[in-house]
Design a protein. Sequence first.
Lengths: 250, 250
Amino acid sequence: MVADELRRRILSGAIPPGALLPSETTLIAEFSASRGTIREAIGLLRAEGMVVTEHGRGSYARPVLPVRRLGSERYRHELDRLARGEDAPEETSFTRDQGIRWSEYQLDREFREVPASAALADLFGVEPGTMVLERRFVFRAQGVPQQMSTSCLLLDMVAGTPVADPANEPWPGGNTAQLHSLGVTITGVRERVRARMPVADEVGTLRIPGGVPVVTLTRQTYAGERVVEVALDIVIPADRVELDYYIDLT
Amino acid sequence: MVADELRRRILSGAIPPGALLPSETTLIAEFSASRGTIREAIGLLRAEGMVVTEHGRGSYARPVLPVRRLGSERYRHELDRLARGEDAPEETSFTRDQGIRWSEYQLDREFREVPASAALADLFGVEPGTMVLERRFVFRAQGVPQQMSTSCLLLDMVAGTPVADPANEPWPGGNTAQLHSLGVTITGVRERVRARMPVADEVGTLRIPGGVPVVTLTRQTYAGERVVEVALDIVIPADRVELDYYIDLT
DNA sequence: CAGTGGTCTAGACCACGCT
DNA sequence: GCGTGGTCTAGACCACTGT
């Protein structure tokens, strides 16, 4: 099997990460197979996430990307800083995990005021149809798309405040600081994690290569018993992130 | 594009989850395309996780599977029970999240005593080469493989104890109860989450259909400052699980 | 057995990247 | 322009599923 042999070469390091595979023409000669067979083999490796293919250039053993670590402590750090009354630092919860400064960031944003869907209302613990501020974000760092997300706030909590103005994004210190400015101190965050293959829209926006799944987070931010923010769907390409949770049992 | 049209039919519900797609022969006629084109389209949908294909039967819109929820509270529940001095219940941390009883479980296990690799030693905070008990597990519930994992314990902590005997698995109450029996009370758990496409070996063992990623967990179990258990690689098919973390910030 | 998908061949033309 | 991958056709034979 052509795929097996190429996989073996990549895993053994004979074809190191980032290196070009032999061209289809070369492989046709080497394996005495037809082009369809060769392409099928490469397609399989692509689906497995072993190689990435670039039109007109060739197929590469997948290079190892720097991984951003998203730790559960990121919430506590920001909260501690706010409690000390300090200003927002150059780096914040989102950025400090990867050593990237705000200035290197791009943030696309789109705000809408919409009635809550059944799913969203359930996560907030309110009646369906309650008005919310829906904020869609796409984060880019140094040109590389990092994540897209839809974060919602209850409209009667934010209407008329600076939080409702897209021009104030990115807000130094993120959601935690934003809610703090409204007099809300968060007491907990619940995150539910799943993974799946990206849909076409996500592949385009996040520039996800073939064979890379996405990690999805559904986040509820609590202030006491009350849910004050819901991120319905934070979508992060899985080759760029590691989630880190510490569960304190004392 | 054939794939686009089929994707549209599935997403619109014209082909409901679990339903058979038209056969390749039918699609050749309907789209006036060659077999290669049709197969490529179905292959794409398979890679996207939209359809599953069964040899000799056909391709189905992917059925929705019941999802097992793995909550961070599972550790606390078990710990609370042990603190109360109760016996292990019929359901335990692992099973209670999905309503499956121990009796419906199968557990393949394989124990080895090996020197710690550099990565493992780093996670334990010990010298590389320190002897550990390496335990490989495959869990099945009602015939469906649920996860495979490699969990390690420091050998000088468990040698000669019932914990080191594979015959005592599955141990009622799981790792927490196991460590408790050694006089170790855990104080925290750190879990690092990633996702990727499965390798061939995992596809076979866990019976993962095409287009389904796996979620991987690296777990460190703490007793105070000390790491008492490390699960290097817990591998769970992503279509069967949701991880649930509550981060307390009070 | 007929019908399904799995694999393969041997050609063709098009689109992209580079020099 | 030349080499790369992207897409497509029109056949062939094999392997699995069901009646």
